[in-house]
Design a binder for this molecule. Structure first.
Ligand SMILES: *Cc1c(COP(=O)(O)O)cnc(C)c1O
Length: 410
């Protein structure tokens, strides 16, 4: 008899996106004439093609693999030096992060989940509410929580409420937590954190021996020069924070798969005997055993994001998506909705009219405007009363969404 990991039974079976899919399919079936008009602004996936510089680099890498002299087999598990160095030199220029601190992977979803391998049992873990569901579910799977309550909150996690009053950046908790997940610019709220807010979190972490897991998947979308792009711009962060980044949203790698974790030597955890141990050492060991590296053509493609042409082409993608975000913000504002986010992130976070729930709004948008959005309550109890519109779309679709908002929801 093979017993199973009972923690999986605690999961609220992938509730959000399947439920969206179910409602959209039911609507399309009942209204076949409308099905082709549906515009999806739900799931946070990029829509625009891969930059030319990236494709050229990948083609070249594939050809190298086809030639005896340049063929490569297994690469270094932690990533090729050329990519680790390109990341350190470009993404962390002036921040004293070395190539050796960069651990290349096949994306941040895996990284934010897998990192839990190296932490012990019994840590107090804090997440924001609303939140990227991966942080929660991976903690449930590994046994860091009890059961979920009515509102979907798991026993044992510390929920840090984000709301309009705190600009969707949580207040520093009264209690001591061992690990906290922060994501700025944020998915789903589109909020960004100021230098002062991040400094307060780093100060808290240093005082309480907390590790900050900082997800910076959307740093490339930051427009305001005062908003920090990396947690390492904050004094003291190198002693308490890991940073997760991905090529998914800036380079359009959601289907290509490449990301990395930054782990400075000076971030430590504590062993059961009270000894300080470098997280970097543990993660490197874990990576050598459980991972064989992102593929060579993919790492060459990622390297090309930092080439002169690559930077220009990525910037065009960002400009495109942020132009969409601006149009969506303006349209929602024009019809009298209260709008957040969308200024340093590709997500616009919108308050539903008074008394309207997130799912009510979802149905209304689907049925009246034929637009698919994401209900805020799907990201956590504190997301109730909001919905998220993704700016990942063609300009044509976004302009049509704006027209429909003004026609059907004004
Ligand atoms: C899209 C996204 C990522 C990136 O995930 P990948 O696995 O690298 O594609 C990470 N964090 C958040 C919050 C995201 O929305």
């Amino acid at each position: 008899m093979a017993s199973i990991n009972d923690n999986f039974l605690k999961l609220k079976a992938g509730y959000l996106f399947p439920e969206i899919g179910r409602r959209v399919a039911a609507y399309a079936e009942a209204n076949p004439d409308k099905a082709s008009q549906l515009i999806r602004c739900g799931i946070g996936d990029v829509t625009e093609p891969l930059p030319l510089a990236v494709r050229e680099a990948m083609h070249k890498a594939v050809d190298e693999l086809g030639c005896r002299d340049t063929f490569r087999g297994y690469g270094p598990e932690q990533g090729y030096d050329f990519l680790r160095k390109a990341v350190a030199d470009n993404a962390y220029a002036g921040l004293d992060i070395s190539a050796d601190d960069i651990f290349v992977s096949d994306g941040s979803k895996c990284d934010t989940g897998n990192i839990l391998d190296i932490f012990g049992k019994g840590n107090t873990i804090a997440i924001t509410d609303p939140v990227y569901p991966v942080y929660v579910d991976t903690n449930v799977m590994i046994g860091n929580t009890g059961d979920a309550d009515e509102s979907g909150r798991y026993e044992g996690l510390v929920y840090l409420e984000c709301n309009a009053e705190n600009n969707f950046v949580p207040a520093i908790p009264e209690e001591k937590v061992d690990i906290v997940y922060l994501c700025y610019p944020n998915n789903p709220t589109g909020a960004s954190a100021t230098r002062e807010q991040l400094q307060a979190w780093v100060d808290y972490a240093l005082k309480n021996d907390t590790i900050i897991l900082y997800d910076a998947a959307y740093e490339a979308f930051i427009q305001d020069p005062d908003v920090p792009k990396s947690i390492y711009e904050i004094e003291g962060a190198k002693n308490c924070a890991l940073e997760f980044r991905s090529f998914s949203k800036n380079g359009g790698f959601t289907g290509v798969r490449c990301g990395y974790i930054v782990i400075p030597e000076t971030v430590t955890g504590t062993s059961s005997t009270g000894e300080k141990v470098a997280i970097k050492k543990l993660w490197s060991r874990r990576t050598s055993t459980k991972f064989n590296g992102a593929s060579y053509p993919v790492q060459r493609g990622a390297e090309a994001v930092y080439s002169e042409e690559g930077k220009k082409q990525v910037q065009e993608l960002i400009t495109h998506y942020m132009g969409n975000a601006k149009l969506l913000r303006e349209a929602c504002t024009e019809i009298g909705l209260k709008v957040f986010g969308g200024e340093n992130a590709p997500y616009v976070w919108v308050a539903c009219p008074e008394g309207v729930t997130s799912w009510d709004m979802f149905d209304k948008m689907l049925e009246e405007a034929n637009v698919v959005i994401t209900p805020g309550s799907g990201f956590g109890a504190a997301g109730e009363g909001y919905f998220r519109i993704s700016a990942f779309n063609s300009r044509e679709n976004v302009e049509e969404v704006c027209r429909r908002l003004k026609t059907h929801l004004a």
